[in-house]
Structures are given as C-alpha cells and as structure tokens.
Design a protein around this ligand. Structure first.
Ligand code: PMP
Length: 425
C-alpha cells in the first residue's frame, strides 16, 4: 500500500485541511521542504507557489527562524503561568509596527483571532449583527457565518462551509458585496443600531485578489465610527506580507481591531488579535467584563521565537523589496505571455501575491464579477503546471505566493511551464 492509500484509511479524505476537495492532492505525500521547494514521497520536486495558503514569506525552513526556534526550544518550554520576555518583546514590536495595534494577544491560529474579535465586538457593543463580504474567509468557526462559498467554481452547489451551523448564527450575519459603497451605506441606514462589527479581508485573497477601492475602505471607516460599530481588518494573509504594518499601512485606513496569522511566524502555528487598548482591555480587567479569552498554546515560546526572528529579518533584510520586484516581474511577464498566446486573462495581485483570472478584463472588483465567469475548463491547465513541477493549487481562482527564497530562475521556470501548459490546451 502507498503512503497516500494508508493516509486515506486513517485520515478523513486522506488530507488534513481544505485540500481534501481538490482533485489530485490526495495522492500527494510531502516528505521535505526547503526554500522555494518541496518534495513528495515519490521523489518529485515542486517549486511551491501555494505556500500553505501563505505563511512562509521568507521561504520554507528559513535558517534564521529555524535557529531561533531551536534556541528557544533548548532553554524554554511552555508553562502557561505568565508572559515570557519574548512575548513582551513581540507584543511591543507588533504595537510599534501595525497602525491599529495598541494592545495585542497571541493565539495559535487565525480562526481563533477572528473568533475572539467578533465575540469582543458583540460583548462591548451589546449588538448582534456582523457584516461580512462575499468571498472573504475568516476561519472555520461559527462566529461569523461562512454562508458564502469562497470558491467560485462551487457556485450553485450547497454551501459546505455552513453545514452544521445553527440558523441563528447564520441570521446574525449580513453578507454584502465587496467594494459596494452603496450597500454599506444602506446596511448602516437600515441596521446601524444593531451592527456590532464589520469584518473584511482588506484584500480578499481567498478569492484571488480583489483590490479595495479607497472609497470603499474610507466609507467602512466612517460608517463604523458614526454607528459605534467595531471595524475589524482580517490581515491573516496580508499582515507582514504586504507590509510590516499590513494592508492598513498601505491603504492608510486604521481599523479598530486587527487579526494576524500566517506570515507573522513564517509557518509556525500563530494568530494574533490586536487593536484599540480600550477594546482589548475588556479581555482582562474592564468593569462588566472580562470577555473570556484562553488557549493552552497561546504565546508558545517556539512560536514567539519564530515570529520574533521573522520580524527581525523583515526589518533587517530587503525581503519586501525582493518579493515585490519578483511579483511585479511575474505579473508583467505572465500578462505579456498570455497576450502573445491570445488567451483572455486578467493577471493581478499585490506585492508577493499574484493571481491569474481566466476571464477578459477589466480586473474584477467584486465576487459577482468572478461568478459571471466560467473558468472551469482551466482546471486542467493548472494540473499541467503541477505535472511540470510548478505547484499552484489546481483550482481556478487561487492566489499564488512568492517568498524571499524564490529566485528569478524560479520565475523563468514558472513562465516556461505556463507557456507549455497553455500550449497543450
Ligand atoms: N482569515 C483569513 C483571511 C484567512 O485566509 C484564514 C486562513 N486561510 C483565516 C482567517 C483562518 O486562519 P487559520 O487557518 O490559521 O485558522
């Protein structure tokens, strides 16, 4: 029996996360990672543009992060009694770097961070509704209904992400179109008194890369301030990746709360929730509080060491410069390639994230723009890329990530493989 067959006997679907639903991935067993690469149990080598949905911004097994984790492990393990020096230093850095963060708590995943953000918002405001946007994903929990499928190729099928969630929870979520300023104004006019929080991915990367308009983000900020609702930027993907201060630094809009995860520890299991001190204090000592917050592994010394080493490297080395230059190159050259081959696509993204939408322009601004487009025939093309050792998820609208470990030679290989994959269609 192969390892993949053994996996299917003892792990539901044979895969341990959302990959379960992706054709071909249940035959893959990973044995090694390094830099921009991974290898599977049959010895195949892949250049990794999937990057675990985003964390390894420095690349897999970054030597400085690995050394910091090894040093922490040799001297400190989890006590759960009080903070460690490393946690204090990390919290100080996050507060210095991320515009909205005055106080911050660590969690072990991004899902926990968004869960606590919404629970805090409901507790503090005494209100019920949460506004979210089509195509945005905020984790696996019930606190924000996931009643919009984030993968447009699944449209028209029952939404698997809301199965098992109580109707009351689904009813407490208002789902609006991304970038739809009028819909936001209307929601606040109709329900402003009952809106506890607005949560969004400032760039909805879970459907590729919809770029927010200035007007949209500004309107959210104004309406939340006016209504006393809590504005939450879910920067689990964008945090550290687009700037050390997250996309809020890029956009110049400061939310009330920010959730972080993924890239902030380069792949160690981490999440963080930070924001206005007066809100965050409800977790500990406010009258009427506290809002319950816990987690056995929060602030784990290994994870704190990984995050601190990641911050140090991002501050000291030209990581953003490198990944932004490579990202610009990929977008420019992929666009030129598809034009030459006469394939109607939109190549977009931001910084280290690049996305190919198989649709004629202009670049989509909302989830509806994506739904109007049937890209299912391109699944086979993605698979041909994977067969050539270039790993992007074999789906229509998934984002791809570059890291500090990716090189121009990797990009050359991506472009060549893309040309062959398109040519074979
Ligand atoms: N928010 C966003 C924007 C995400 O992309 C994700 C994970 N894909 C999460 C929250 C949840 O994070 P985690 O998987 O670490 O629980």
């Amino acid at each position: 029996m192969t390892l993949a067959e053994r996996a299917r006997r003892v792990i539901p679907g044979g895969v341990n996360s959302g990959q379960r639903s992706i054709p071909g991935l249940t035959d893959l067993v990973i044995t090694r990672t390094q830099g921009s690469r991974f290898w599977d149990s049959t010895g195949r080598e892949f250049t990794d543009y999937h990057a675990a949905f985003g964390p390894p911004l420095l690349g897999h097994n970054d030597p400085d992060v690995a050394a910091a984790v090894a040093a922490a492990r040799a001297s400190l393990s989890l006590t759960g009694v009080a903070v460690t020096e490393g946690e204090v230093l990390l919290a100080e850095q996050l507060a210095e770097l991320v515009p909205s963060i005055e106080k911050v708590l660590l969690t072990s995943t991004g899902s926990e961070a968004t869960f606590h953000a919404l629970r805090l918002a409901r507790a503090v405001t005494g209100r019920r509704l949460v506004v979210k946007f089509q195509g945005c994903y905020h984790g696996w929990h019930d606190a924000v209904s996931l009643n919009v499928i984030s993968a447009p190729d699944r449209i028209g099928r029952p939404d698997p992400t809301s199965t098992g969630i109580l109707p009351e929870v689904l009813d407490a979520t208002l789902v609006l179109r991304f970038n739809d300023v009028e819909a936001v104004r209307r929601a606040f006019a109709d329900h402003g008194d009952d809106i506890a929080a607005v949560i969004l991915e400032p760039v909805p990367h879970n459907v590729g890369a919809l770029l927010p308009t200035d007007d949209f983000l500004r309107t959210l900020r104004e309406e939340c301030t006016r209504a006393g609702s809590v504005l939450v930027f879910d920067e689990v993907i964008t945090g550290f990746r687009h700037a050390l201060g997250g996309y809020q630094e890029v956009a110049g809009i400061v939310p009330d709360l920010t959730t972080l995860g993924k890239a902030i520890a380069n792949g160690a299991p981490v999440g963080a929730l930070g924001g206005r001190a007066d809100l965050m204090e409800h977790f500990s000592s406010r009258p009427g509080g506290p809002v319950f917050f816990a987690g056995t592994y929060n602030g784990h010394p290994d994870v704190v060491a990984a995050a601190s080493a990641t911050v140090r490297k991002l501050r000291e080395e030209p990581v953003h410069e490198h990944v932004f230059r490579l990202g610009d190159r990929v977008r420019r050259e992929l666009d030129a390639l598809y034009r030459r081959l006469d394939v109607p696509v939109v190549v977009t993204g931001f910084g280290s994230v690049f996305v190919t939408y198989f649709m004629p322009g202009p670049a989509p601004r909302s989830y509806d723009d994506l739904l109007a487009n049937d890209a299912s025939r391109f699944v086979g093309y993605r698979r041909r890329l994977v067969e050539q050792g270039v790993f992007e998820l074999p789906l229509n609208l998934k984002r791809s990530h570059l890291s500090y470990a990716h090189t121009d030679a990797d990009v050359d290989r991506l472009l060549e493989a893309t040309e062959r994959a398109v040519g074979a269609m």
